[in-house]
Design a protein around this ligand. Structure first.
Ligand code: ZN
Ligand code: CA
Length: 382
């Protein structure tokens, strides 16, 4: 556990009871991916009431969600740099009808759903910090907020946001595991690789020599592939394979879905090219065809240790007595997209544990510390 001290002057700044209530309220408003509308409208009302300029964009229409991203702005009372805070509104399944259970300072679901702390802990922390800033008239620069849709499964909300409407060049995503003080400064790029082998059907008992087996082609390709851990920075995996029918027919079609990730865009290209080549060579060897579809899911990002953003977050952690730890993520988040769009961003730990499982839980202390950290970052940039 990170150590923390009570700050000089006694109590912490944020309203802990309100923060907890807020979080419990949020997770009980269902917002599965692509059905974020009800929750989005709830947040918009809340932000408007606080006096922020709020709107919803049209990203939902482009990606098949019933809601757009929620974008809000709080005008500064200093000329400090504009900064952005972001978190995603959607939750993974099973995530409908969440019933929180609190035990010994820890919030769990009732065991039938996820908790939704991924990423409503981030949203609650951001709004609580902003409300505190307003109520206590704390000096701050312009603050921009993005609550995104459809993060899970592809970062589609962030990818379809209109970045020309944002002024911030510095951003903080609150969507990481690890206690507040954990700072994700690096994340991998990912490619999705879908291959479909097309052979030729023939009766397997009567005239197999006239067939081309898609199963053999796929097996040949996969057996030649470097997979799983490629090097320190690179991984690859085949997660799905399907095809075939009765044993008396030479199989015409087989498809697989694979991914490759790397902290280096160059190595990702190398690994992807290798996987594509294995498919093509296998198809050629058996005289069949292969259609390979490569989609870049997101690009890599790296924020330098000595950059202003990392230094400021570390300073904010120090002010609060949190241990600051910079780390690399194995997965993608909206942070990857923000960096690709020219906003230097890091992903901050909000304490979510066992996210994406029904055992997901959150320490109330971590939730409080996440809100305190957002507030402290605002002060550092004022
Ligand atoms: Zn998340
Ligand atoms: Ca997630």
């Amino acid at each position: 556990m990170a150590s923390y001290f009570v700050k000089l002057g006694g109590n912490t700044m944020i309203n802990k009871e309100r923060l907890l209530e807020r979080f419990l309220e949020y997770i009980q408003i269902d917002s599965p991916t692509k059905l974020e509308r009800e929750f989005a409208e709830h947040l918009m009302k809340e932000l408007e009431k606080l006096g922020l300029e709020v709107y919803m964009d049209d990203a939902g229409e482009k990606v098949g969600s019933n809601s757009g991203n929620v974008i809000a702005k709080l005008k500064g009372n200093t000329d400090g740099e504009t900064i952005l805070f972001s978190a995603h509104m959607d939750t993974v399944s099973p995530g409908e009808g969440i019933k929180p259970v609190i035990k010994d300072g820890v919030i769990y679901s009732d065991g039938t759903t996820v908790l939704g702390g991924d990423d409503k802990a981030g949203i609650a922390a951001i709004i609580e910090a902003v409300q505190t800033v307003i109520e206590k008239d704390i000096p701050h620069g312009d603050i921009e907020i993005v609550f995104s849709i459809f993060e899970e499964g592809g970062l589609f909300g962030a990818k379809n946001l209109d970045y020309s409407k944002l002024r911030a060049k510095t951003g903080f995503v609150l969507d990481s595991g690890g206690e507040p003080g954990h700072i994700v400064v690096q994340g991998p790029a990912q490619n999705k690789i879908n291959a479909k082998f097309i052979g030729k059907e023939a009766h397997a008992g009567v005239e197999p020599e006239n067939g081309i087996s898609a199963i053999q082609m796929a097996a040949e390709a996969i057996s030649k592939m470097k997979l799983l851990r490629i090097d320190e920075e690179t991984t690859a995996n085949i997660g799905f394979i399907s095809g075939g029918g009765p044993t008396n027919i030479v199989t015409k079609e087989v498809e697989f879905h694979a991914e490759a990730r790397s902290l280096s865009d160059e190595k990702l290209k190398e690994q992807t090219d290798h996987m594509v080549k294995c498919c093509e060579e296998a198809a050629e060897k058996f005289g069949g065809r292969v259609e390979v579809d490569v989609v870049n899911a997101y690009s890599a990002f790296k924020v330098e240790e000595d950059s202003e953003i990392v230094q400021k977050v570390k300073k904010a952690c120090e002010n609060l007595g949190f241990e600051a730890i910079t780390m690399t993520s194995g997965g993608g988040s909206d942070t990857n997209v923000l960096n690709a769009k020219g906003i230097t961003a890091v992903n901050l730990g909000v304490g979510m544990r066992l996210a994406h499982t029904v055992d997901e839980h959150l320490y109330i202390k971590d939730l409080e510390n996440a809100a305190e950290l957002v507030l402290e970052i605002i002060k550092e940039y004022a």
